[in-house]
Design a binder for this molecule. Structure first.
Ligand SMILES: Nc1ncnc2c1ncn2[C@@H]1O[C@H](COP(=O)(O)OP(=O)(O)O)[C@@H](O)[C@H]1O
Ligand SMILES: [Mg+2]
Length: 458
């Protein structure tokens, strides 16, 4: 019996990998942007404090001499601004808002609270600059004036540093991503390994093994294993219940029918009037029919059950057939038929003896039923190329247009009209062959008569 394959929706491993690798990618990006923005902030603070120190040095150099404002900018004020990329510096000095010296296109922007240094980013002559604005009040003899200085510096060195940091941050992010990618691969294969181990131990079991799983499993899989175990427990119980039921039913149906039949038979001996005898004969026939039908139905149920849980043991097919022939000879004798066994001397085979016996008995039963009196039924057992048991008779054979369907359940041929039967004999034989990996083949012998071969496979 083929198990229906389940509907598959995605893969756990893929989902796990996508989640882990997706998470790693987001984290790597976050890391990159965090490092970069922190670097921008630090670099800006560095430049701002140098600009502040420089503007303070310039303001400190301002003084009122002879009523005039004089600013002698110290060399240090500019030298502290020098950078490896030779960033350009612009300054503009205003007195009470009036341009005094420097670059007059550099505007002074007062800080919000007056006198506080204010920083801003802008551009001067097409170059991006960072600018500081600071002022100082000078007090001279009966004079008070305010000096305002705007000092700006281009940002080439800073942006070079930032580029370098961004590159390093990108390397860091990629490295982090690769590492977490590897870790996710490892994590998902470890997790899947647990599942695969359970799957292997389920698939490795034989079809009869319904014992619970004992091996330790991870906590998350425990409920699954527990329900599997309880499912198998119930299955085991219901299987043994149905096996018991079939055996019990067979016994309970057959025994009273046999009793009734023997009473009827005995009564038939005593009855003298022909019409009563005729009635008794029909009764015996009806009992035979129902006991045979019941027997075959139960046999069929038993065979379906055993075929599903095939238990093979080594047996000799030749011996099995000879044993059967011995038991069926009295029945054959009643019809003046002789049973002959031919073929190989011993044919070892691993299979279920009860099933094979049942199949061959049904095949011989048919031959006895359909063959004419005074003929021979030959049962041939061969070992090669594959074990096979062939039952041949000298009767009318199969109807060629029915041959394909006769092994179906309850199928009886048109030649079966006045014989007792339920149409399950060939079905049983076929099920037994299939359970052993073989098949049942029906044909007519060229010289007349049916030929049924039960082909088995080890
Ligand atoms: N040896 C045989 N010779 C002729 N016909 C046969 C033979 N065996 C089986 N058949 C045909 O195949 C049909 C199915 O056989 P089977 O399944 O054993 O049912 P049953 O014997 O109960 O009718 C029979 O009804 C009969 O028509
Ligand atoms: Mg039959």
């Amino acid at each position: 019996m083929m198990a229906a394959s389940p509907t598959v929706s995605g893969s756990l491993r893929d989902r796990l990998m996508i989640t882990l690798i997706g998470g790693a990618a987001v984290l790597a990006l976050l890391l990159f942007f965090a490092v970069r923005s922190y670097a921008v902030q630090v670099a800006q603070q560095g430049q701002d404090s140098i600009l502040a120190a420089s503007v303070t040095a310039m303001l400190d150099a301002a003084a009122i001499r002879d009523g005039e404002v004089e600013i002698d900018i110290p060399y240090a004020a500019f030298s502290m601004l020098s950078t490896p990329s030779d960033d350009r510096v612009f300054y503009a000095i205003y007195q009470d808002g009036a341009f005094l010296s420097g670059y007059n296109d550099l505007a002074y922007e007062a800080g919000k609270p007056l006198g506080v240094r204010s920083f801003q980013s802008g551009d001067v002559r097409g170059a991006a600059v960072r600018q500081v604005n600071a002022s100082r009040t000078l007090i001279g003899a009966n004079r008070r004036t305010e000096i305002q200085i705007a000092l700006a510096q281009t940002q080439d060195a800073q942006s070079q540093t930032l580029d370098r940091i961004a590159r390093n941050a990108a390397f860091l992010g990629v490295g982090f991503f690769a590492l977490t990618g590897l870790l996710s691969l490892w994590a998902s294969s470890v997790t899947m390994g647990q599942l695969n181990r359970l799957t292997t131990s389920v698939t490795r079991r034989g079809p009869q093994d319904l014992s619970p799983f004992q091996k330790p499993v991870p906590q998350e899989m425990a409920p699954l294993v527990q329900s599997l175990n309880s499912l198998m427990g119930r299955l085991d119980q219901s299987l043994s219940q149905s096996e018991d039921f079939i055996a019990e039913a067979a016994h309970r149906v057959r025994t009273p029918l046999a009793t009734v039949r023997s009473y009827a038979e005995a009564t038939l001996q005593r009855v003298k009037r022909e019409e009563n005898r005729e009635a008794m004969r029909s009764m015996v026939r009806a009992i035979d029919e129902s006991s045979r039908a019941a027997g075959q139905l139960l046999d069929h149920a038993m065979i379906t059950f055993r075929a599903d849980h095939l238990e093979r043991e080594t047996l000799d097919l030749r011996a099995l057939v000879e044993d059967l022939v011995l038991r069926l000879t009295p029945i054959a004798d009643m019809r003046d038929l002789s049973l002959a066994v031919a073929g190989d001397a011993d044919v070892p085979f691993a299979g279920d003896a009860i099933l094979i016996q049942n199949a061959v008995r049904n095949m011989i039963d048919n031959a006895i039923k359909y063959a004419p009196p005074d003929s021979t039924v030959t049962i041939t057992v061969n070992a090669a190329p594959k074990p096979v048991i062939v039952v041949e008779d000298e009767g009318p054979g199969f109807n060629t247009d029915e041959i394909a369907t006769l092994a179906g359940r309850f199928q009886r041929g048109s030649n079966a009209a006045d014989s007792i039967g339920s149409g399950l004999g060939l079905t049983i034989a076929q099920d037994v062959a299939t359970a052993h990996g073989g098949h049942l083949h029906l044909s007519n012998r060229p010289e007349g008569g049916a030929c049924v071969s039960l082909q088995l496979s080890s």
